[in-house]
Design a protein around this ligand. Structure first.
Ligand code: HEM
Length: 513
């Protein structure tokens, strides 16, 4: 029952020796996981194995091995692990990131990709720029609340793109409902939190027996997750029906279905679910990833990845003032301080583009990406990978590999992408995940990062906190461990660079009034 049947002449990949029965339970890092994974990679090589109870986890520590598994053998390594509580009892199976690999996932992925591929995302730029201008105005008023502002505009953009809905400046009902759903997700997103994930037969236990409170919780959370998916969709659909809609992901898909005479419930379901995951993935409530086995995250992940990625950028600017100055010199020379940056300026701003890349590389937001699972058993060289193993791309290590990204990988040096010391780019080396599951929102996210980063740098100065005399104090922040790693409790200063910047921002107000 508890032993592995490993074919003769093969062995599991190397890794720390575990204890009987519980395996490596006590070896699993509880914080700054990437440091432990780095140690294991140094000691055991490009593929490392651990086991907790009966769950095998394999860490992939080199770009070559990541290519071999996630790309060359992509159909075997595009699965996700079974999550009974989340998918079967709480109804989250509508969410593409949780779906097992197969035809259903493929249909959702196709619907998403159709409107979010690299040539399609240009249509979102007008919404992105409009809200980035709003971000600048908000920063001008209350710079200390920068994280709230980033979250607000991220939610506003995604609701517009996804459903053509304009959210309220505060306390929006769609966002409020989504937050409740996300709370459930936060609780059940760590496989193993609920025993039913380990012993799926428990879902059949009658509700009146003691120890089944998880079923009550699941029912409540199921209502929330269903409402989160249904309500904005129904609203958008009604607007399309009355012709009062604004173009959106949902309206474009509904138009396509009508044109192809395929407006049938099964097709609509896919559109609704794909829109729901745009919402979950991009709004300020996002927390849908599957933290890997036994790795409790230390705080609920409530934020969109683009928002968290932006907090990493802000931290980097405060820590590396020379980079900030250089970026501002480039912006000033192109824009002359007489107009705000636009998407069209991107080709003239190579250093800013390099800052965006370095933001994705320097401290990866998802240091261990999102766990995949092996659909079938497999053999890699002399190593045996059991069916169902959790397979984790060690993104931290890949993005800090000096052969690929040049020396001093811990330093924030955009120059590495300009002077060619970097032979790779982070967007296809793990920052957005791997193989068939690679983040389908990445093109849209990269555009947003570019315009937000360029706009903030053009107009604001970021530094450590200032005292009453305007003297800079040491920066204060903490980095979270767990699934997402990003700075929190940051004490820093964001202030307009000059009077001209204030004027430029204030002028945008006239245009929206
Ligand atoms: C800087 C921002 C972002 C980062 C760093 C990021 C990163 C990731 C990563 C690492 C994965 C896991 C891929 C894998 O399993 O190998 C992922 C998956 C995913 N992302 Fe993103 N993401 C970002 C923004 C977004 C946005 C804005 C959206 C939605 C509009 C989005 C939608 C998704 C979806 C739907 C998946 C699941 C794909 C699947 O399971 O097939 N992401 N993302």
């Amino acid at each position: 029952f508890w032993t592995d049947r490993i074919p003769k002449d093969l062995r599991l990949p190397p890794g720390p020796k575990g204890l009987p029965l519980i395996g490596n339970m006590f070896d699993m890092p509880k914080e700054r996981e990437w440091e432990t994974l780095e140690k294991w990679a140094e000691e055991y090589g490009e593929i490392v194995h651990v086991k907790v109870f009966q769950t095998h986890t394999v860490y992939v520590n080199s770009r070559k091995m990541a290519y071999e598994l996630f790309e060359r053998r992509s159909s075997n390594y595009a699965d996700r692990t079974r999550m009974t509580m989340l998918n079967e009892l709480m109804g989250w199976d509508w969410g593409m990131p949780f779906q097992r690999y197969g035809e259903r996932w493929r249909r959702h992925r196709r619907a998403f990709h159709e409107k979010f591929h690299s040539n399609a995302v240009g249509t979102f730029k007008s919404s992105q720029i409009k809200h980035t201008r709003d971000l600048l105005r908000r920063l001008l008023k209350t710079p200390d609340a920068f994280a709230d502002h980033l979250r607000h505009i991220s939610g506003a953009i995604i609701m517009e793109i996804g459903y053509g809905i304009h959210v309220k400046p505060q306390d929006d009902p769609f966002i409020r409902n989504a937050e409740q759903a996300m709370r459930g997700l936060g609780a059940a997103g760590v496989p193993g939190t609920f025993m039913v994930d380990r012993f799926p037969w428990m879902k059949h236990i009658p509700d009146w027996l003691p120890g089944t409170s998880f079923k009550r919780l699941a029912r409540q959370w199921c209502q929330n997750s269903t409402a989160m998916n249904d309500l904005p969709y129904e609203y958008a659909k009604a607007q399309v029906a009355t012709g009062t809609h604004e173009p959106s992901f949902v309206s474009a898909h509904l138009d396509d279905l009508v044109a192809k005479d395929k407006l049938i419930p099964e097709e609509e379901e896919v559109v609704k679910n794909a829109a729901g995951i745009v919402f979950a993935g991009g709004s300020d409530t996002a927390s849908y990833y599957i933290p890997f086995f036994f790795m409790p995250s230390d705080r609920p992940n409530r934020f969109a990845q683009t928002v968290l990625q932006m907090t990493l950028f802000i931290l980097a600017m405060a820590l590396f003032p020379d980079v900030q100055k250089k970026a501002q010199r480039e912006l000033d020379s192109v824009l002359g301080g007489i107009r705000l940056v636009e998407f069209e300026d991107e080709p003239e701003l190579p250093y800013i583009s390099a800052v965006v890349r370095e933001t994705l590389r320097w401290h990866p937001l998802l240091p261990q990406s999102v766990a995949h699972a092996a659909l079938e058993e497999d053999v890699v060289g002399e190593y045996y990978i059991p069916k169902g193993s959790i397979v984790v791309g060690n993104t931290w290590r890949l993005l800090h590999d000096q052969d690929d990204f040049g020396p001093q990988p811990d330093q924030f040096m955009p120059e590495r992408f300009l002077n060619k010391t970097a032979r790779r780019v982070p967007e296809v080396t793990g920052a957005f995940g791997y193989g068939r599951r690679i983040c389908p929102g990445r093109h849209m996210a990269q555009n947003l990062l570019f315009i937000e980063i360029a706009s903030i740098l053009q107009n604001f100065e970021i530094s450590g906190p200032l005292d009453a005399n305007g003297k800079e104090q040491p920066l204060v922040y903490k980095m979270t461990s767990g699934f997402f790693s990003h700075p929190v409790d940051m004490e820093l200063s964001i202030r307009p660079r000059c009077e001209a910047a204030v004027k430029l921002i204030e002028e945008t107000l006239k245009r929206v009034m």
